[in-house]
Structures are given as structure tokens and as C-alpha cells.
Design a protein around this ligand. Structure first.
Ligand code: ACO
Length: 173
């Protein structure tokens, strides 16, 4: 499939929010951009499968979710890395901006759902996804950016400049 440039896509947020210096450090065959309304067909869910169980909801429901995320202005920023040779997605990540009443009505960025295609891991794509999301978070006025991860991934996030703080608690329904 031929590579689709940003101006031919419906993007979740403006492409300019992704810092140029991060894009410039990518291999010329890799493009970093916001999630697009047609990414269901570029393997968006396949990449997420390296992270956890993903049930395919079908294109229509996927698109409803895309539109709901897009409608929540200045809140979700979902980015994807695309292999320009195949137009397939090879990496994904999201930052969610939480608005608080404390810290002078401060914002906190929550990094979620980071995944790199198994065949593409170890090429600094994960690092670039985290750098881009952290910049978006900081440019959105977040005084901190946080995430949860397994012990196995702690060294990766340390390489991305993050430090271990406190504990995660969870209660599944
Ligand atoms: N242990 C030690 N070091 C690591 C690890 C690890 N598990 N993973 C990456 N690193 C190091 C790399 O060696 C590299 O170090 P260097 O700069 O010294 O060379 C640095 O971290 C950057 O690594 P990348 O090449 O950018 O990592 P990659 O592109 O493979 O992405 C990721 C890392 C996202 C964890 C990927 O392996 C992946 O998709 N794993 C499966 C899904 C997953 O666990 N996602 C994270 C869930 S947590 C969340 O979503 C908030």
C-alpha cells in the first residue's frame, strides 16, 4: 500500500503538535503522526496486540471511538509510527491530559498503551514515541507526566528519562 501523507488524512489532532526534533531523529522510512481515522486498516490493533489482549470491535465501532477521542478537545493525543514502505503502523502511544484543581489548576499527563511491532523493537522507536508524548504533555502545561509499567520495562522508561515513584494500585471490575 502506498504511503498516505498527513494532508490526505483526518488526524486526531494537529500534526504540528508532534515536535520536529523528534521526527528528525527517525529513520527516513519511518513517519510519526497523530492517529488517523483510517488507521484501523493500517494495523493499529495488530500493534497493540504486543501489549495485551485486543478484541477487534470492527471498523465502525473503532471509528466511533476515534471520533469520541477526537471530540474531547485538548485531552487525548494518540500517535502512530508508520513504515513508509508499507503504510503499516509499527508503533503506537497515547498521552491523556488530566485537568486538576490542585497545583494551581495544574495538568498531569498520563502515558498509556505504548507498543512497538515485535520485528521493529530495539531501533529506538519506543524512545521516540515517549519523547514525542512527553513533549506534547509538557507543551499542554502538564507539571508532570506519569505512567504505569511492569518491572521488565523499568529500564526502558529510565532510558527515556523517567524515574520510579510510588506504587500502582488496581481493581479490576
Ligand atoms: N530492558 C532493558 N532495556 C530496554 C528494554 C528492556 N526491557 N527495552 C528497551 N530498552 C532500552 C534499549 O536497549 C535502548 O537502550 P539504549 O539507548 O542504551 O540503546 C532504550 O531502552 C530505548 O529502547 P527502544 O529501542 O526505543 O525500545 P523499543 O522500540 O523496543 O520499545 C517497548 C520498547 C515499547 C517497551 C517495546 O519493547 C514494546 O512494545 N514492548 C511490548 C509492549 C510493552 O511492554 N509496552 C509498554 C507497556 S507500559 C505502557 O504502555 C505505559
Amino acid at each position: 500500500m502506498a504511503f498516505t501523507p498527513d494532508n490526505e488524512l483526518e488526524l486526531q489532532f494537529p500534526a504540528e503538535y508532534i515536535p520536529l526534533d523528534v521526527k528528525q531523529q527517525l529513520h527516513p522510512d519511518v513517519h510519526l503522526r497523530p492517529l488517523a481515522s483510517t488507521d484501523y486498516w493500517r494495523g493499529h490493533l495488530d500493534v497493540l496486540k504486543v501489549l495485551t489482549v485486543v478484541t477487534d470491535p470492527g471498523e465502525e465501532a473503532w471509528l466511533d471511538q476515534f471520533r469520541a477521542i477526537k471530540a474531547a478537545a485538548n485531552t487525548y493525543y494518540s500517535i502512530v509510527m508508520v513504515d513508509k514502505n508499507t503504510d503499516r503502523i509499527i508503533g503506537v502511544g497515547t498521552v491523556f491530559v488530566e485537568r486538576k484543581f490542585l497545583r494551581g489548576l495544574g495538568n498531569v499527563g498520563h502515558i498509556e498503551d505504548i507498543a512497538v511491532d515485535e520485528r521493529q523493537q530495539g531501533k529506538k522507536l519506543g524512545l521516540r514515541v515517549i519523547q514525542a508524548l512527553t513533549s506534547i504533555s509538557e507543551n499542554s502545561g502538564c507539571y508532570k507526566t506519569i505512567l504505569n509499567c511492569s518491572d521488565k520495562n523499568i529500564p526502558f522508561y529510565q532510558k527515556c528519562g523517567y524515574q520510579k515513584k510510588e506504587n500502582e494500585m488496581a481493581k479490576y471490575a
